[in-house]
Design a protein around this ligand. Sequence first.
Ligand code: 0X9
Ligand code: ZN
Length: 423
Amino acid sequence: MHRPAVTDRILATPLLAGLLVAATCATAGLAAARLTAGCDGASRPDPRQLVRVDCQTPERCAAVEALALDVWTDVRAADQPLDIVVTRAELPALLELGLGWETLVDDIDADAAAERARIRGARATDGGDDWFAEYRDNDAITSHLGALVERSPGLVSSRLIGRSIEGRPIFAYRIGPASATGKPLLVSGTLHAREWIAAMATTCVADRLARDYETSAGVRALLDQTPIWIAPMMNPDGYEHTWGANRYWRKNRRGTHGVDLNRNFSIAWGGAGSSNRERAETYRGATAFSEPESRALRDLAISEGIGAYLDFHSYGQLLLYPWSYTAKPAADHARLAAVGDRLATALYAPHQQRYELKTGADLYAASGTAFDFMYGETGALAYTVELRPAGRKGLNGFVLPPAQIKPTCDEAYAAVLALGEAQ
Ligand code: 0X9
Ligand code: ZN
């Protein structure tokens, strides 16, 4: 734990200036390079670091969150520390609150730069035969799934469900024969741009379902009954941005600051755990469904009459069920918890990784989420999975080694099959 010395106060630039610089960096990516010498991993005088703050009381934790810094921790409770992104210029804000910190990652943009260099190197050396051995960009994901449709035309079809703010197509893929008329299971991924493992795992689940239909009696029996819709890339603009300007971008690309798509749905829109400040990472947008990306997911769920929903995020190894916006138990709490138990068992089976089961609100309040909407408006059994890694290890959890893609996919796939069977 770094206990700041008095000299830190003297060295520090004014808090407001520091916050402005960081916010500009977080939102404008490379454009901010002049100010901080780079959000892109280039050397800079004041790198973005990940620090752990033991805020101790609910009031102090709330005060830290009110600074509108980027909080990466999934567990929010007074007895649990917060992992937040700060520049050196922002540290005085913590000092003002009388808080110390422990540095977990010195320079998160250096991690991103190393990742980028590795991906470039892999492109140069391999022919891409092992597709899930590395992270892929939006175009590669779209072509991979397009090839899957071509390979299994009677089983897999694609639908353009909408277009992003910047006009990119958003696709969903239906897996199952036309004769499957049960209530569909809907799977979504990458509402949050920087959670790359969600894009890879949902693409991989589509891939496996299509291939295993031919070889596994269990998968065939499931899909003959229950079609599975997969929308792996719900935030293509944000994702594209993470491949270029800013690896840690979370929101969509509305205006300068973007909207948190997982706060833009209509159940309890505007409530606790969402922000009306555009710069905040949990900015909910001007109105519920102000964003084309969230509308696309809503319309698909409603037009298909889904019976179950699974939304993939990262990270923390958690399995969450409604409600997210309130601690009040859902009317179907017992059933959601019982099915959740089966999903947690399925997630554990492939590699003995624990995924902790709890309600969203038990973790922290979040209003306007996709899975609260799917449960509240369509009656679907709805869950959010926070994929690997587990939290609290002092890692930069968004930059997950590519060797973890396949084992994480094993877990995601097991959860999808278990939910399909439970429905
Ligand atoms: O905050 C979110 O949108 C989700 N976590 S993430 O780190 N992927 O951004 C979790 C939403 C689940 N609901 C609650 N925690 N209440
Ligand atoms: Zn997320």
